[in-house]
Design a protein around this ligand. Structure first.
Ligand code: SF4
Length: 178
């Protein structure tokens, strides 16, 4: 069972810094890439139809909740360019739409969270998606434990907004990325 925390306040700078340092470790990157591959292989077995409708990214409209851990979210945000103060940032909208949905397409497709890789709105699909999502989340939870990285699992738009701010402040920066 996924344990979800709903923190009343953002994680501390120390916590986010530790996520950033961990996310920059090659072994963690390799583990996440392997989970991406596993998710793709499982999805390929079931052949869900994806019409690129963007429905899975409109959380409020479709009652979909995307959960991501601090480590995985830091890994994603570490790989995004830090905008300059004059650039438009990609903060989540108040309508519950993912900030990375651009023109109906995922702008961070290659590094999107695991939860995005285990959810399809294809009505003809069975419970395999929930099983996959649980197993992927458990694997990331084990990475938190194995590398002694503080565990926090939260709703994506909330965590993304928090980490975008952390990224702009350089908290997630940790050298060359694998
Ligand atoms: S990261 Fe990409 S696939 Fe995931 S919810 Fe956002 S736009 Fe959709």
């Amino acid at each position: 069972m996924i344990r979800v925390l709903h923190p009343a306040t953002p994680p501390s700078d120390d916590t986010m810094g530790s996520w950033g340092r961990a996310a920059a470790q090659p072994a963690i990157s390799e583990a996440l890439f392997a989970l991406h591959e596993h998710a793709a292989n499982v999805a390929a077995l079931h052949r869900p139809v994806c019409l690129s409708s963007g429905r899975c990214c409109h959380f409020a409209d479709h009652g979909h909740v995307l959960l991501v851990t601090g480590l995985e979210a830091a890994w994603v945000y570490q790989r995004l360019a830090v905008p300059t103060p004059t650039e438009e940032t990609s903060r989540p909208s108040a309508k519950g739409v993912c900030a990375h949905l651009k023109g109906g397409q995922c702008a961070i497709h290659s590094i999107r969270p695991l939860g995005c890789r285990a959810y399809f709105c294809d009505a003809g699909q069975g419970p395999w998606q929930a099983t996959l999502a649980e197993s992927l989340h458990s694997a990331v939870r084990r990475l938190h434990d194995e590398y002694s990285v503080e565990y926090l699992c939260a709703e994506w738009t909330w965590l993304a907004a928090v980490l975008e701010g952390a990224n702009e402040r350089g908290l997630l920066k940790a050298g060359p990325l694998p």
